[in-house]
Design a protein around this ligand. Structure first.
Ligand SMILES: [Zn+2]
Length: 247
């Protein structure tokens, strides 16, 4: 992948209890359009309950589509392995880093991977050549290195995310739950900044400069505090509060 840039057609500013005029000014400053809640993030509604299997159906659909059986006709085993790994890495890393996946969903995803890998040329279900555990095991242990959705999850989601309820009590009533959730992701560095994506190997390490100022490494701290663009937004906001207080 060659790197990231902001697609302004796809970006939007979602104001919570902000004045229309201010929103308009910020949209101009950032070069994006305004939007309203509820918002979907990568196909999943931000407020959706990740413990419900239903919430994951857009992801299951996407994986199913990407690992569809017609591809079995044009790919050999090695090609199928590359495809399975790339789908797991590119698609799942995003979701797994944000939401805790139910076991049933992981099992469904694994069954889709298995089906493609062992399908015959005619697209029919073929016979498994080795146990799935071997397919998942890392290469250095003699496996094929596909990885396990549940294991990946353990690596990506630290305890702190599951202890989210703690911050909820601090924020309670101040902001809507989706804002609370996003701020929590920001605080624990779980926002997919370029710095984070490059650490997961999703984008190149040569391209981690901030999309807004193109000047410094884009990590959470920079994006929300250090960046000159972020500061324009914050200072304008503080100024507005100031105006209100003294008018
Ligand atoms: Zn910046």
């Amino acid at each position: 992948m060659s790197g990231l840039s902001i697609n302004f057609d796809k970006s939007s500013l979602i104001p919570i209890n902000c004045e229309e005029q201010w929103v308009e000014r910020m949209c101009n400053l950032l070069g994006c359009k305004g939007d309203a809640l509820p918002v979907k993030y990568l196909g999943i509604p931000l407020r959706a309950n990740p413990r419900r299997v239903n919430t994951w159906s857009p992801i299951i659909d996407k994986v199913e589509e990407k690992l569809s059986l017609w591809k079995a006709k044009v790919l050999n085993k090695a090609g199928k392995l590359v495809l399975i790994k790339s789908v797991l890495n590119s698609l799942l890393v995003y979701y797994l880093s944000l939401f805790k996946m139910p076991k049933a969903v992981a099992e469904k995803l694994i069954s889709l991977q298995r089906r493609l890998l062992w399908s015959s040329e005619e697209g029919r279900t073929g016979m498994a050549l080795v146990k799935w555990e071997v397919v998942q095991a890392p290469k250095k242990l003699g496996g094929l290195g596909v990885g396990d959705a549940m294991v990946m999850q353990e690596e990506l989601i630290p305890e702190e995310v599951t202890r989210y309820s703690f911050t909820r009590t601090i924020w309670k009533g101040l902001v809507p739950p989706r804002v609370e959730l996003f701020v929590w992701f920001v605080l624990i560095g779980r926002v997919n900044t370029k710095d984070r994506l490059s650490r997961f190997g999703i984008i190149s390490q040569d391209n981690v400069t901030c999309v807004l100022c193109n000047n410094e490494v884009e990590d959470v701290r920079h994006l929300f505090l250090g960046c000159v663009f972020a500061w324009q937004v914050w200072s304008d906001w503080i100024l507005r509060i100031d105006e209100r207080a003294f008018s």
